[in-house]
Design a protein around this ligand. Structure first.
Ligand code: S3P
Length: 427
C-alpha cells in the first residue's frame, strides 16, 4: 500500500480497546527472559517493534511460545542468555536496542545490534556512556550510531544522573544494574515513564523507588509470573483527539494504561476544557488501568514545555494536529528530543500541517500551531514514522477534504489495526 485516503467523518461513536502498550510489552519480555521459570503475558502488543524484541530474545536462546490468548516466555535466569548466532536486528525500535543493551552489557559474550535506516540515524551515545561506566566494552559507528558492538563483562554498580529525561536510557541502566555487583542508583531530575521500575518490582527485584531516585541491587534472581498488558495510552491518544475534533462524537476506550508518567496528554486536554473522563479505574500488575471517555469539545489551547514534555513526548504530533482546532493555538517548547525520534517529528508535523493549508511556526525545540484554522484536503507524508501517519489520519477526519497519507503501512510499528479501528468507529 503506497498511500491511503482518509475521508472526513460525520461523527464517531463506539466502545473499544486499542493496541496493547508497546513500552510495557517490551519490558515484560526482556525481564521475563532473565527471570527464573515461565512468564505468561496476556494481551502482549502485536506491534512490529515488540516483535523485534522477541526476535532478538529468540536469538539469545530464549524460548517464546504463543498460545491463542497469550505469550509464554521461558526465562533463562540472570546469567542464562546465550551468545547470539547472528547480529540482533532491532528493526525500527529504539526501546529494543537501548534497553536490551543494558541486559547484554553484563553477559560474558559479544553481541552486535543492527537496525533499519531510521534507527541507524538515532543517537546511542546516551546508553554507551553509562554502560562504559559499568565496565562494559562498547563500540559504535562514529561513537554514536548502529551497528553497536557490546562486549559483555562483569559489571560494577554505578551512580548515574540521567542527562536527558529518557525512559530508554533509564531502563538500560536499571537492567545493567541487575547484573552488576552492588547497588546501582539512577537520579532522574525530570520524570520519565516508570514501567521498568514497576515491572522489576513485580518480578521480585530488589528495587527502591524514591523521589527522583531509583536504586536496584544486582545479583538477585527474578521470578517469572503472570501479567496482563493494558491498552497503550499513546495509541488511545489518536482516538481521544478524533473524538474531541469531530462534532457530535463520543468514544469510550477500554482498559487503557493510566500510569501517571503517561497521562500528561489527558491532563493537559482536561486543562484545555476537553471532555475527557476516566472510569472503571483499577490496578493490574502495579499499573493503573481504566476506561477513557472522550467527547467532542471546544478546547482552549495553551503553552506546553518543561517537565510536561517527557510525559507527552509521543503524543505531541497528534496534539499539534489538534492545535489547529483550539481557540488560541498550542505552543510546544523544550521538545528538541522530537527531532531524534523515528523521524524529525518537529519538521514532519510542520511540513504536513503546511501541506494541509495551516500556518505553523517551527522552533529548534518545538512548534507553535495557531488555533482556529481549517485544514483542506491534500497529500501528506508519514516520513515512515507510525505516529506521524496516525496523527495525520486524524487530521483527515476533520479536514474539509480527503487527506492522502503516503507510506501508511508504518502504523504497524505500534498499532497494526489502526486504520480498521478508525473505520469501525465512523458512524
Ligand atoms: C519509550 C520511551 C520514549 C518514547 C518511546 C518509548 C520507552 O523514548 O518516546 O516511544 O518505551 O521507554 P525516550 O526514552 O528516548 O524519550
Amino acid at each position: 500500500m503506497d498511500s491511503l485516503e482518509i475521508k472526513p467523518a460525520e461523527r464517531l461513536s463506539g466502545v473499544t480497546p486499542v493496541a496493547a502498550d508497546k513500552s510495557i510489552s517490551h519490558r515484560l519480555a526482556m525481564i521475563a527472559a532473565i527471570a527464573e521459570g515461565a512468564t505468561t503475558i496476556h494481551n502482549f502488543a502485536e506491534s512490529v517493534d515488540c516483535e523485534s524484541t522477541l526476535e532478538c530474545l529468540r536469538n539469545l536462546g530464549v524460548k517464546v511460545e504463543r498460545t491463542r490468548s497469550s505469550l509464554i516466555i521461558h526465562g533463562r535466569g540472570l546469567h542464562g542468555l546465550e551468545p547470539p548466532p547472528q547480529a540482533l536486528n532491532a528493526g525500527n525500535s529504539g526501546t529494543t536496542v537501548r534497553s536490551m543493551s543494558g541486559l547484554l552489557a553484563g553477559c560474558g559474550f559479544e553481541s552486535i545490534f543492527v537496525g533499519d535506516e531510521s534507527l541507524s540515524r538515532r543517537p546511542m551515545k546516551r546508553i554507551i556512556d553509562p554502560l562504559r561506566q559499568f565496565g562494559a566494552t562498547i563500540e559504535a559507528r562514529d561513537g554514536n550510531y548502529l551497528p553497536l558492538k557490546i562486549l559483555g563483562r562483569p559489571l560494577n554498580a554505578i551512580d548515574f544522573t540521567l542527562p536527558i529525561p529518557s525512559a530508554q536510557v533509564k531502563s538500560c541502566v536499571l537492567l545493567a544494574g541487575l547484573q552488576a555487583q552492588g547497588v546501582t542508583t539512577v537520579h532522574e531530575p525530570v520524570f520519565s515513564r516508570n514501567h521498568t521500575e514497576i515491572a522489576l518490582a513485580e518480578f521480585g527485584a530488589r528495587i527502591r523507588m524514591g523521589e527522583n531516585r531509583i536504586e536496584v541491587e544486582g545479583g538477585h534472581a527474578l521470578r517469572g509470573k503472570e501479567f496482563s498488558v493494558p491498552g497503550d495510552p499513546s495509541a488511545a491518544a489518536f482516538f481521544i483527539a478524533a473524538a474531541i475534533a469531530v462534532p457530535n462524537s463520543s468514544l469510550r476506550l477500554t482498559g487503557i494504561g493510566l500510569n501517571a508518567t503517561r497521562t500528561g496528554y489527558m491532563r493537559l486536554l482536561a486543562q484545555m476544557q476537553a471532555r475527557v473522563t476516566i472510569t472503571q479505574l483499577s490496578v493490574r500488575n502495579g499499573e493503573p488501568v481504566g476506561d477513557v471517555c472522550a467527547e467532542s469539545s471546544d478546547i482552549a489551547g495553551m503553552d506546553i514545555g518543561g517537565s510536561w514534555i517527557p510525559n507527552i513526548i509521543d503524543e505531541i504530533p497528534v496534539l499539534a494536529v489538534l492545535g489547529t482546532r483550539t481557540q488560541n493555538g498550542i505552543r510546544f517548547r523544550d521538545a528538541a528530543e522530537l527531532r531524534a525520534k523515528e523521524s524529525d517529528r518537529i519538521h514532519a508535523v510542520a511540513r504536513n500541517l503546511r501541506a494541509l493549508g495551516a500556518a505553523v511556526e517551527e522552533y529548534p525545540d518545538g512548534l507553535f500551531v495557531p488555533g482556529g484554522q481549517r485544514l483542506h484536503g491534500a497529500a501528506v507524508d508519514s516520513f515512515g514514522d507510525h505516529r506521524i501517519a496516525m496523527a495525520f489520519a486524524i487530521a483527515g477526519l476533520f479536514a474539509d477534504g480527503p487527506v492522502v497519507i503516503k507510506d501508511p503501512a508504518c502504523v504497524s510499528i505500534s498499532f497494526p489495526g489502526f486504520f480498521d479501528l478508525l473505520n469501525r468507529v465512523r458512524v
